[in-house]
Ligand binder design. Sequence first.
Ligand code: ATP
Length: 299
Amino acid sequence: MGLRIEHVTKTFGAHRAVDGVSFAVEPGQLYGYLGANGAGKTTTFRMILGLLQPTEGTITWNGRPIDDRARKEIGYLPEERGLYPKMTVEDQLIYFAQLRGMTKRGAKQSLAQWLERFDIESYRKKKVEELSKGNQQKVQVLSAVLHEPELLILDEPFSGLDPVNVELLKEAVRDIQKRGAAIVFSSHRMDHAEELCDRLSILTKGKQVVEGTLESIQRADPRRRIRLHTDVPVERLETIEGIERIERVPEGAIFHTMDESLGQMLLREAMKEGTVTHFEVERASLEQIFIEKVGESHA
Ligand code: ATP
């Protein structure tokens, strides 16, 4: 069940824009497809939509190649947004929903709910060109979700939205996920990805450098930051082996290490010598992992 991308490659002349990519998205899962600029995200999405043919590999939805019928089950927010500027918000959203198999009545009902939810009810009768860029973006998102797709592909859905609208959209995406849709989204914002996705890929120059659950990806990265708030002078602790770097903070210090067991050691030593008021071991953030992995490939 769900979306399967298997060993997919796309070349443009001598350039491998997508190079041996594989991942799966089950119904009810949110997949983050992350990467540097030009990494191959949009090209992958275009192949899923059938707008481009893979040079190698296969793409299936519920075990079958994606044909015209299956495409109607997909909602797509393309990178280059494409609305009709002279048409009203209502007319074009109903038109798009009908193209994807909804009745006019069904589309109208769904539209009323979504316009309210995205706080653009007052623009219903306005021409798209009269709306701000952010509000046009919301209309475009609506055109991808109105027909309740089983598979939703969102290329940079949060770009151009203010923080309040980002939250509105995150909530909506989570609800669509709860309904059981499979969702793939691309983003340059690692904090959004960290918050939303179940599984993810990080792509650079067409290749996946990281693939898996957020938990497994963070676990596999050996970097740890150990925050210790204590009245013990840091000098007493800094000789412990395995500390890479010490960052002093007013209440104590943050010890950077590649050795997870160092935390317990530091804690024991500090408690022997004085009082500990705070102790925390942090894994590398997705942003740090992204910078390291994508940075390596540019080196
Ligand atoms: P961004 O985050 O900047 O949107 P992306 O990850 O979506 O980037 P793609 O748009 O998929 O990247 O592009 C991947 C690579 O493929 C780029 O080097 C791009 O120049 C190249 N490319 C994309 N489409 C074509 C095309 N039709 N012909 C030739 N090269 C192409």
